[in-house]
Design a protein around this ligand. Sequence first.
Ligand SMILES: *[C@@H]1O[C@H](CO)[C@@H](O)[C@H](O)[C@H]1NC(C)=O
Ligand SMILES: *[C@@H]1O[C@H](CO)[C@@H](O)[C@H](O)[C@H]1NC(C)=O
Ligand SMILES: *[C@@H]1O[C@H](CO)[C@@H](O)[C@H](O)[C@H]1NC(C)=O
Ligand SMILES: *[C@@H]1O[C@H](CO)[C@@H](O)[C@H](O)[C@H]1NC(C)=O
Ligand SMILES: *[C@@H]1O[C@H](CO)[C@@H](O)[C@H](O)[C@H]1NC(C)=O
Ligand SMILES: *[C@@H]1O[C@H](CO)[C@@H](O)[C@H](O)[C@H]1NC(C)=O
Length: 423
Amino acid sequence: MKIESNPFGSSHQRNQIFLKFVAFFLLIGLTYRFLITESTVSPIPALQTSPVDPSVAQAPFSVLVSTKCDIFTGNWIPDASGPVYTNVTCRHIQDHQNCLKNGRPDVNYLLWKWKPRDCDLPRFNPEQFLDKMRNKWLAFIGDSISRNHVQSLICILSQVEEVEEIYHDKEYRSKIWRFPLHNFTLSVIWSPFLLKAETFENVEGVSYSDIQLHLDKLDDKWTDQYINFDYVVISGGKWFLKTSIFHENNTVSGCHYCQGKNNLTELGYGYSYRKALRLVLDFVADPKRKAQVLFRTTTPDHFENGEWNTGGYCNRTMPFKESEGEISSEDETMRDIELDEFRKTQEGSNANITLLDTTSMSLLRPDGHPGPYRYPNPFAGLKNKDQSKIQVQNDCLHWCLPGPIDSWNDLMVEVMLNRELYR
Ligand SMILES: *[C@@H]1O[C@H](CO)[C@@H](O)[C@H](O)[C@H]1NC(C)=O
Ligand SMILES: *[C@@H]1O[C@H](CO)[C@@H](O)[C@H](O)[C@H]1NC(C)=O
Ligand SMILES: *[C@@H]1O[C@H](CO)[C@@H](O)[C@H](O)[C@H]1NC(C)=O
Ligand SMILES: *[C@@H]1O[C@H](CO)[C@@H](O)[C@H](O)[C@H]1NC(C)=O
Ligand SMILES: *[C@@H]1O[C@H](CO)[C@@H](O)[C@H](O)[C@H]1NC(C)=O
Ligand SMILES: *[C@@H]1O[C@H](CO)[C@@H](O)[C@H](O)[C@H]1NC(C)=O
């Protein structure tokens, strides 16, 4: 992976970006309630979907790659079969990631599959997966990317069994679902820092005070429920780039992006991210805990020629080749810390934890983001307006559903069910 200069620009710009992200994600929570009900309107006619072949369901569980292979390194190759669901056949897609419904005109981004360099990865089989998950509980813990991932999984699984939502929090950020026929429970837990954190946001989701981050305390929102889980997919992420004041041993130890405030020591996000992951990994790797853990690496964004709020966009319609992806310095720093801390956990331990390294495969998909298609027809009515006043905001961080994030599940199931090969 090549390294390029910081795609977010200065720290100040970056902070602006994240303020807007936060506002945006809160709105997502609200719009999520008004999900569209069933419709018989067909999506783009040219796009064929590939419904699950019922004959496969009888076969023994065949998802596994039988030899050791680095499934995380490879290329995207053309695949005419198309996604297993669309905006019509899955009603669990959040509006802001519903690129088909929002009128994204190109569909080629749906016609690729992940090909590991040294082996073939079988396509996710929802029937078999549900059988394996009978009477089990799988939890996703993290930020809005974890939500993006869980929605992808639900869309795939709901093609064979419809899911019941049994819980959501006030903001619709944490949820629990059940697949009744399989007694399979699925959770997503909103904990963007994984640590105890006080955040201060008004109803629009704009921060009015700095985040207080406790680098020596985990967020009990997930640790309190942890005993229930059989499988856990956990990840950190971009929230660590926001301005935050660090607390350790009940005193303020420093901050990230503190702009000279209160004479605090600037320790940087690398410091807080490393401390957070260490604490998280020590907790989940504790031998007295039963859950099998998949530790997912950072998800790269693809803003080009600007930032979130300064006209940055991601209008590519093709994946990169293996040699083309350029990782941002933030993403690279985060990933290095992730790999580092994960290795420390693995050394001399038989902890039930594996890496879910989705970074490389995701880096190669600049074409997989909603871009302007977070809203229906973002360019409608713009032609007659003053072009200089128009600013269509782009989301080049989250992933379209359906989209490349669906392939995260192919890796996930492989790693979950073939653990010994991926330690
Ligand atoms: C699905 O997307 C298509 C456009 O691709 C649109 O015409 C249709 O109304 C959408 N249906 C639903 C249920 O979102
Ligand atoms: C459903 O699964 C849970 C574990 O997730 C288990 O405790 C419970 O007994 C199961 N219920 C039935 C009816 O098998
Ligand atoms: C917090 O306390 C522990 C144990 O007393 C000590 O090892 C550590 O250095 C302290 N950390 C900070 C940032 O003061
Ligand atoms: C910051 O440090 C300077 C020099 O040490 C001192 O003069 C000033 O009062 C301090 N400001 C605060 C808010 O503590
Ligand atoms: C890891 O966890 C899974 C799911 O709970 C379990 O089936 C498996 O036996 C565990 N493996 C080891 C080596 O503990
Ligand atoms: C992306 O947008 C830029 C700026 O508007 C334009 O120059 C470029 O041709 C576009 N690329 C594609 C693939 O549409």
